[in-house]
Design a protein around this ligand. Structure first.
Ligand SMILES: NC(=O)c1ccc[n+]([C@@H]2O[C@H](COP(=O)([O-])OP(=O)(O)OC[C@H]3O[C@@H](n4cnc5c(N)ncnc54)[C@H](O)[C@@H]3O)[C@@H](O)[C@H]2O)c1
Length: 398
C-alpha cells in the first residue's frame, strides 16, 4: 500500500443495491473512505458523485483499479463479473473485497484463489452471514458442546421476497448466476459448512421453476425496473407479480442433500414463493439438538439436550439472539464485514470469513445445480489444490 493517509483509500466497482457497503466504508477521518468508483450506469454514477464528493467517478473499472490513490478495492458488481474484476485488482497489487458469491463457477473461483496466491495480494470474500448474531450464537452453542458432536444439519430458507429480489433482474438468468442454489444459497451453504465443521464432498438435488415461470408479466428487454419493484408487504400472492425479468431460467424451489468430508449429512431447502422471509436451522448432534425461531435480533435459539420426550415447546435452554446495536444491514453484519476487511487490507491476519470456504460454498451450489438439471444425479465436489488450502490457512502468507 502507498500513502500516509490514516484512512484506507478505497476504489469501488459497482454501485447498485450493495452500494450500501461503500457508504458504510466511507468514513472520512475514521479509518476508510471512497476515493474512486466505477459503474456502467450513468444514472448510478450521478448518484455516486453526490454520495462521494470529490471521488473520481468513471464508467471504467480500470481507471479505479489503476488510480494512484486507491489502496484497496471493493467489488460490488453482479456475480459473473467477480473473478475478472477481482483478478484485475489482485494483479495490480490492490487488496480486494469481493461480494459473495466468489463467482458463478468453481473454475472461476479457483482462478481468483490462484491469482491471490501468485500475486501475494490479500483477498477477502464478503460472506456477511458469518457476522450475523443468530449464526454466531448457534456456532458458539455448538462449540461449547451444547449438542455433542454435530451429525446432521437441516436448513430451510423461506425466501418470501424472492419474487422481487431474484426474478426482476439479472438474478433470474443462468448466464449471470448459474442458479439460485448458488447465488442465494452460497450464504447458507457456507454457514452450514461452518456450523458442521466440514465441506461438501457429494451433493444431490431436485428443483423446478414452479411459480414465476407462469407469470406472463415480463418487462421488455432493456426496460428498467419499475419504481415499485420491491414492497414490504405487497406483491402477494406471487402470481400477481408484474415487471418480471424478460428471461427467467432459474429454479424457484430447490431441495438439496449433502455429504460433508467429515461424515456430516446435511439438507438445504430454498423456496422463493413463501409469504414469510427467514431461515430456519436445525442442527442435531449426538447429544442434543438446536433450532432457531426467527433470525433477527430478539429471536430465539432453543436447545434440547437433557432428556427424551414427546414434543416440548419449552426447550432445555433458550438463548435470545443479541441485538448488534446497528441496523445498517443484515442484523448488523454489514458494518462488521466492512470493518474486518479494512483491518485485513491494512494488517492481514485472521478473518472470520474465508476465501477457501467461499469457494467450497460455490462448489456445493454449482454441483447441486448440475444435479437438479440432470434428474437429481449425484455430483462430487472437485478438490482444491492442497497448496492453495495451505496458503489461505496460513493467513495468505507464502
Ligand atoms: N452479501 C449479501 O448479503 C448480498 C446481498 C445482496 C447482493 N449481494 C451481492 O452483491 C453483488 C451486487 O449485487 P447488487 O444487488 O448490488 O446488484 P445491482 O444489480 O443492484 O448492482 C450492480 C451494479 O454493478 C454495475 N456494474 C455491472 N458490471 C460492472 C462493471 N464491470 N464495472 C462497473 N460496474 C458494473 C451495474 O451497473 C450496477 O449498478 C452481487 O454479487 C450480489 O450477489 C450480496
Amino acid at each position: 500500500m502507498t500513502g500516509t493517509s490514516p484512512d484506507l483509500r478505497l476504489g469501488v466497482l459497482g454501485y447498485g443495491l450493495r452500494g450500501s457497503l461503500a457508504r458504510l466504508a466511507h468514513r472520512p477521518g475514521s479509518g476508510s473512505r471512497v476515493v474512486a468508483l466505477a459503474d456502467h450506469d450513468e444514472a448510478v454514477r450521478d448518484r455516486a458523485a453526490k454520495d462521494f464528493p470529490g471521488a473520481r467517478i468513471t464508467g471504467d473499472h480500470r481507471e479505479v483499479i489503476g488510480h494512484p490513490d486507491v489502496e484497496a478495492v471493493l467489488v460490488l458488481t453482479p456475480d459473473h463479473t467477480h473473478a475478472d474484476l477481482a483478478c484485475a485488482a489482485l494483479r495490480a497489487g490492490r487488496p480486494v473485497f469481493v461480494e459473495k458469491p466468489l463467482d458463478i463457477t468453481v473454475e472461476r473461483c479457483d482462478l481468483v484463489l490462484r491469482t491471490a496466491r501468485a500475486t501475494g495480494t490479500r483477498l477477502y470474500v464478503g460472506h456477511n452471514m458469518r457476522h450475523m448474531p443468530v449464526v454466531r450464537l448457534m456456532r458458539d452453542l455448538i462449540a461449547r458442546g451444547g449438542i455433542g458432536t454435530v451429525r446432521t444439519v437441516w436448513v430451510r430458507h423461506f425466501v418470501g421476497y424472492g419474487g422481487d429480489w431474484y426474478f426482476k433482474d439479472w438474478h433470474a438468468e443462468r448466464r449471470f448466476t448459474t442458479g439460485l442454489l448458488l447465488q442465494k444459497a452460497a450464504h447458507d451453504l457456507d454457514v452450514l459448512h461452518w456450523l458442521a465443521g466440514g465441506y461438501t464432498r457429494q451433493v444431490q438435488a431436485l428443483g423446478e421453476l414452479m411459480v414465476y415461470g407462469d407469470v406472463p408479466h415480463r418487462r421488455a428487454p432493456g426496460e428498467p425496473k419499475s419504481a415499485d419493484w420491491y414492497t414490504e408487504d405487497g406483491h402477494w400472492p406471487p402470481h400477481t407479480q408484474r415487471g418480471l425479468n424478460p428471461v427467467i431460467d432459474v429454479e424457484d424451489v430447490s431441495l438439496v442433500n449433502l455429504r460433508l468430508d467429515n461424515g456430516v449429512l446435511a439438507a438445504y431447502q430454498q423456496c422463493h414463493f413463501t409469504p414469510d422471509y427467514w431461515r430456519n436451522y436445525t442442527v442435531i448432534g449426538d447429544a442434543g439438538r438446536l433450532e432457531n425461531f426467527g433470525d433477527g435480533p430478539g429471536s430465539v435459539v432453543k436447545v434440547w439436550n437433557a432428556r427424551r420426550s414427546e414434543y416440548r415447546g419449552e426447550a432445555d435452554a433458550a438463548y435470545t439472539v443479541p441485538d448488534a446495536g446497528d441496523d445498517a444491514g443484515h442484523a448488523g453484519a454489514d458494518p462488521l464485514i466492512v470493518a474486518e476487511f479494512v483491518r485485513f487490507a491494512r494488517e492481514g491476519g485472521r478473518t472470520d470469513t474465508s476465501p477457501v470456504a467461499a469457494r467450497m460454498a460455490v462448489a456445493a451450489g454449482a454441483g447441486a445445480t448440475e444435479s437438479l438439471r440432470d434428474g437429481g444425479t449425484p455430483r462430487s465436489v472437485p478438490d482444491l489444490d492442497a497448496d492453495l488450502i495451505t496458503y489461505f490457512e496460513r493467513g495468505q502468507r507464502a
